[in-house]
Design a protein around this ligand. Sequence first.
Ligand code: GLU
Length: 259
Amino acid sequence: MRIVIKVGTTTLTHASGQLNIRRTEALCRIISDIKNMGHEVILVSSGAIGMGVGKLSLKSRPTDIATKQAAAAVGQCELMYTYDKLFSEYHHTVAQMLLTGDDLGAADRHENFKNTLQRLLQLGALPIINENDTVSTDEIKVGDNDTLSAMVAVSAHAQLLILLSDIDGLFTADPHTHPDAKLIPTVHSLDEDILSLAQDSASVLGTGGMKTKLTAARLCMDNGCDMIIANGADPSILYHILQDGDAVCTRFVAHAENA
Ligand code: GLU
């Protein structure tokens, strides 16, 4: 199976912006194991700005473009260094791919991206994708990695996109404010009732929320790819999704006619 896994900043870092070492180590070990099982994996990783905040000892996530882009330049480097080091322990080779919305919108560059991605997978490498935050401006950026990862999943003809987040999935109400909220295990259609459940729930260091996740779900479902939202706090959730089939998560099922 070809799988795209997206990890958010809150999964990779502590609230301080510093790397969550225990979790990131577990994530890289488990993704290595998933590759060893024979799956093709593409990782879409946020965390450039978040890790830049930590490395530059900034007090909070910057709001001005120049500092955000500077933080991304520092943090992307740190992010890839960390991935390279951890995946190397399990003999997996990582490849960095940085994209803007423009790259996916222009036919020739999109084609080039797909060809390179395909070649990397054939060579057994692990493509690690992020938005090219250091150059992206409002006009050309995708803006959030939930949407970017769905675009990547569709471009790569992946069967499954897994969004690892700081929440177990889609709930009937915001579980932070409604303790009786129930997890919705399966979604077959993004009807009004489901869309109304999306809250703007961006965290301190990340970018997306439930809204961007539902945008991603629509893109996937319309293009024959299932999408799962699961909690990345314990990366072994990936085993429960891919092997045991007993994961606590929400699965958005692709429309059958497009699968
Ligand atoms: N590209 C941003 C980063 O690496 C994150 C975007 C997102 O979290 O959606 O920091």
